[in-house]
Ligand binder design. Structure first.
Ligand SMILES: Cc1ncc(C[n+]2csc(CCOP(=O)(O)OP(=O)(O)O)c2C)c(N)n1
Ligand SMILES: [Mg+2]
Length: 329
């Protein structure tokens, strides 16, 4: 699919923004400022930016545990600093600092959040997809999942139902080669995980998840199909996470040279080469984008660092109901 020059520049900026966002998160996680576990998606930018690029604000999005990039890009620009503050656990965070990295929701833009249980959102996404049919809107639902998550029975039950009911649901399977330390080739019988969808009569395809144009094209065709009422699609995006499973995992299970090979296929590098060689973009325009991103990210960081922590009372709000419930005798 041929993107316009402006579209390509915009999506390049989006990818650089989420790369720098995560590099900052990594730094402040490693120095102990950010609490809890952090799962980074550095190297997977095209798989997140390309999918979100096709969606509207009213489409339902279910990010997964490695979803910072999709979450940031789905949010309104003025809210992006609130997302960083959330990951820092601050009171000003988009969920009051109660969620942190893995539980960020932003209902204004129909980011429905995650909950730490792999495969759970693949079930709940049926609900929003059904809501679109019931309410006769053409909003689609996109659920992100990983190669390991696809081993959960919930994913298979979900695909079976979505296909039977022809729900407007798009399964975005980010195949980054590993589930924690297990290569996907050791936990699935198929060579291509998209083959799983075929048994459920779900049109399924595998594409290069580091090629931003390919990701946009395949997502667009899945969205079009969903809007025509023809049902779900499974998209397998082949990519690689540069970091370990969580920030701090040395990833000793990776064969020597594998990371370097994938760095050659960096989605940002590939997009930059296309911009320079096929879109007639000048190096100075690229520099301008990087400068803009740097300023933007610094403003999120300053905001996050300057923000107060939630008070202990505030941080347990919504954990227990305030409503008195009559006990059963
Ligand atoms: C039901 C369930 N089982 C196990 C875990 C622990 N766990 C968290 S992430 C993960 C691996 C997920 O791998 P994949 O789906 O490939 O996503 P990736 O981490 O590679 O992005 C596991 C096993 C969990 N959170 N939930
Ligand atoms: Mg994986």
């Amino acid at each position: 699919m041929a993107l316009s020059k402006d579209h390509m520049l915009n999506i390049y900026r989006d990818m650089v923004l989420i790369r720098r966002f995560e590099e900052i998160i990594e730094k402040y996680s490693k120095n102990g400022t950010i609490p809890g576990f952090i799962h980074l998606s550095i190297g997977q930018e095209a798989a997140q930016a390309g999918v979100i690029d096709v969606l509207r604000e009213t489409d339902y999005k279910f990010p997964d545990h490695r979803g910072h990039g999709a979450i940031v890009l789905a949010s309104r620009p003025e809210d992006r600093k609130l997302i960083m503050a959330e990951i820092f656990g601050k009171k000003t965070g988009i969920n009051g600092g109660r969620g942190g990295s893995m539980h960020i929701n932003d209902l204004k833009v129909r980011n429905m959040g995650f909950n730490g249980i792999q495969g759970s959102t693949v079930v709940t996404s049926l609900g929003t997809a059904f809501a679109s049919v019931y309410n006769q809107t053409d909003d689609v639902t996109v659920v992100f999942m990983g190669d390991g998550t696809l081993g959960e029975g919930t994913c298979h039950e979900s695909m079976n139902m979505a296909a039977t009911w022809k729900l407007p649901l798009i399964y975005v399977l980010i195949n980054n080669q590993y589930a924690i330390s297990t290569p996907y080739t050791e936990s699935h019988p198929q060579k291509q995980l998209s083959d799983w969808g075929k048994g459920y009569n779900v049109p399924s395809m595998t594409v290069d998840g580091n090629d931003i144009e390919a990701v946009i094209e395949v997502t667009q065709s899945a969205v079009d199909r969903a809007k025509r009422g023809e049902g779900p699609t499974l998209i397998e995006l082949m990519t690689y996470r540069w970091q370990g499973h969580f920030s701090g995992d040395p990833a000793a299970y990776r064969p020597e040279g594998e990371l370097e090979k994938w760095k050659e296929k960096c989605p940002i590098k590939l997009a930059k080469e296309k911009l320079l060689n096929h879109f007639g973009v000048h190096e100075s325009e690229i520099t301008e984008i990087h400068n803009w991103v740097e300023k933007e990210i610094n403003s999120y960081l300053e905001f996050s660092l300057a923000s107060p922590n939630p008070s202990p009372q505030d941080s347990i709000k919504y954990v227990y109901t305030d409503v008195e419930v009559e006990g059963r005798s």
